[in-house]
Design a binder for this molecule. Structure first.
Ligand code: DLL
Length: 447
C-alpha cells in the first residue's frame, strides 16, 4: 500500500490516523475484500439470507466489484421482526455477549446482538467518533444517553472509556441533578439527544447555573433529527460546540458516522466497517454520489448480526469531496428526517424538521414544539403547538397575534396550512431522550 498522507491534525485528534486518512482507492479495495467475506458469511450461516439471495438469483461469488452490491437484495426492519428474536444472527446465541433492542411503535421489538469482537470494534468506532468530534483523552464525559436496551448509553460509555476519558454514566432524566453534577464534576463533554440537551440548558437557566462559564466545551448529539437552528441554540445556551453523531441499532448503534470538529459539514461514515449507498426510495435504484435519497448500509465486519443492504429509511446524500480535517471517509450529510416521518397535509409533503427550522429562533417562542395530527373529514389536519417564552405577553390578544405570526410563517416557508396553538412556558412536554415530535390522533378523531 502507498504511504498515507499526513493528516493536518494527526498530532492530537485522530484515534486511528492511518485508517481515517486511508486513500480512497485503498479503502475501496478493503471494502471489496470485506464485503465478499461478509456475503459468504451470511450465505453460509443465515437461512434468511440464503433464501433471499437464491430468490434474487445471486451468489456471494457474483460480487466482483463494489458496484455488484446492487444485485443483492435489501434487508428491511420487518425482516428482523419476522425472524424475532434471534433468527438473523450469524452466530449461535451462546457466542454473543450483549443484546440490545429498540421498542418500535408497533409489534415486537427489534433485537440486535454482539460478539466480543463486535463490541470491541464498536468501542473503537465510538472512540474514533469522540476524537473526530474533538474529545480528548482525559476529558470528563457526562453521558446522558439512556442506558439499557437503547444503544446510546452503553455505546457512548465504552467509546469514551476506550479513548481514555472519564465517564459519568448518568443516563436520561433527573435533569436538576444532571445540571448539578455537570457543574460539580466540571464535565468537558456532554452526550445526549439534542432535544434533551436543550432541556438541560433550560433547566440550568432556571436553576441559575451558568454552564457557559463551566469547563463544558463540546456536545455529541444524535439519535434524532435536529435542525441547524437547534444546533445554534444549543451552542449559544450551553457555550459549547455541538457535534452531530449518527447511528442505528440494526447496524451497530451510535458511531456509524460523526461530524469532525474542524469542518462540521457532513458526518464521516466509517467506510472500513460499513458500505454506504443512497438509493431512490421509490425505484430502489442506486443514486449517483451527491443525490439525495434513502441511506442503505451494509456492515463489513459485524460477526453476530451482519446486515446486507439495510434500508435505514433515513433521507440524506453522500459527499466524497476531500475534507479539510484530513479524513478521507465519505461524508453523510445531516439526516433531516426519515421517509416514514413524512407527513402529507392537504397534499403538501412536510417533515417535522422543517417545522422545527421555522420555530427555532422565532421571536417570542421557545424551541419546544409538538405536531398534533387529526382527521377533519377525509383530510389530515396539522396543529403545531408552540410555547411562548416567559418574556412574551400572555394576554388573549398577545397569544392570538403570536399564533397568527407563526401560522403565517409556516405557510410561507413550508407551504402548508396549519393551526397554531401557543402554550404557556413549560406546557409543551420536555424530552428526556428521543423527543416525540408528532402526536398522531388521526385514528381517534374523525369529524
Ligand atoms: O438512535 C443510535 C444513536 C444513539 C445514534 C445515540 C446517535 C446517538 P436507534 O434507536 O436504532 O439508534 O435509532 C436509529 O435514529 O435510523 C435515524 O432515523 C435516527 N438518528 C440517529 N442519529 C441521528 C442523527 C440510535 N444524528 C434512528 N440525525 C436512525 C438524525 C438520527 N437522525
Amino acid at each position: 500500500m502507498t504511504a498515507q498522507p499526513a493528516a493536518r491534525n494527526s498530532d492530537h485528534s485522530m484515534f486511528d490516523p492511518r485508517t481515517e486518512t486511508m486513500p480512497r482507492e485503498a479503502l475501496r479495495i478493503l471494502q471489496t475484500e470485506r464485503l465478499s467475506s461478509v456475503l459468504n458469511h451470511v450465505y453460509e450461516r443465515v437461512p434468511h439470507y440464503r433464501k433471499a439471495f437464491d430468490a434474487a438469483g445471486v451468489k456471494p461469488s457474483d460480487l466482483r466489484t463494489l458496484a455488484d452490491i446492487a444485485r443483492f437484495p435489501f434487508t428491511v426492519k420487518t425482516d428482523l421482526r419476522d425472524n424475532y428474536p434471534f433468527g438473523l444472527f450469524a452466530l449461535p446465541r451462546e457466542k454473543l455477549i450483549r443484546l440490545h433492542a429498540s421498542s418500535g411503535t408497533t409489534g415486537k421489538p427489534t433485537v440486535v446482538g454482539y460478539s466480543p469482537g463486535d463490541l470491541d470494534r464498536w468501542s473503537d468506532l465510538m472512540a474514533r467518533s469522540f476524537a473526530c468530534a474533538g474529545a480528548k483523552p482525559g476529558d470528563l464525559v457526562h453521558n446522558a444517553y439512556g442506558y439499557g436496551l437503547f444503544t446510546g448509553g452503553l455505546g457512548a460509555h465504552y467509546g469514551a472509556e476506550r479513548l481514555g476519558c472519564t465517564v459519568v454514566p448518568m443516563s436520561g432524566g433527573g435533569t436538576e441533578r444532571q445540571v448539578s453534577l455537570l457543574q460539580d464534576f466540571g464535565a468537558n463533554v456532554l452526550c445526549a439527544t439534542p432535544s434533551y440537551a436543550l432541556n438541560i440548558a433550560e433547566v440550568a437557566e432556571t436553576m441559575g447555573a451558568n454552564l457557559q462559564k463551566s469547563p463544558l466545551r463540546l456536545g455529541l448529539f444524535g439519535a434524532e433529527p435536529w435542525s441547524s437552528g437547534m444546533r445554534r441554540d444549543i451552542e449559544r445556551r450551553l457555550g459549547i460546540q455541538a457535534i452531530d453523531i449518527y447511528g442505528l441499532s440494526e447496524i451497530m448503534g451510535p458511531g456509524v458516522a460523526c461530524e469532525c470538529c474542524e469542518v462540521q459539514n457532513g458526518l464521516h461514515g466509517w467506510e472500513d466497517h460499513f458500505l454506504f449507498e443512497v438509493v431512490d426510495p421509490k425505484t430502489l435504484q442506486p443514486l449517483p454520489i451527491g443525490e439525495s435519497g434513502e441511506l442503505v448500509i451494509t456492515t463489513l465486519t459485524k460477526e453476530a448480526l451482519p446486515m446486507i443492504r439495510y434500508r435505514t429509511r433515513d433521507i440524506t446524500s453522500l459527499s466524497d469531496e476531500p475534507c479539510r480535517c484530513g479524513r478521507t471517509h465519505v461524508r453523510i450529510m445531516r439526516v433531516t428526517g426519515r421517509d416514514d416521518d413524512m407527513l402529507i397535509i392537504r397534499g403538501v409533503n412536510v417533515y417535522p424538521s422543517q417545522v422545527e427550522a421555522v420555530l427555532v429562533g422565532f421571536p417570542g417562542v421557545s424551541p419546544h414544539y409538538q405536531i398534533v395530527l387529526t382527521r377533519e373529514g377525509a383530510l389530515d389536519a396539522m396543529t403545531v403547538e408552540v410555547e411562548r417564552t416567559p418574556d412574551t405577553g400572555g394576554s388573549e390578544a398577545d397569544i392570538a397575534r403570536k399564533a397568527e405570526e407563526v401560522r403565517h410563517h409556516i405557510k410561507s416557508l413550508i407551504g402548508v396550512t396549519c393551526k397554531v396553538v401557543v402554550r404557556a412556558p413549560g406546557e409543551v412536554p420536555r424530552s428526556q431522550g428521543k423527543a416525540v415530535r408528532v402526536k398522531d390522533l388521526r385514528n381517534k378523531t374523525n369529524a
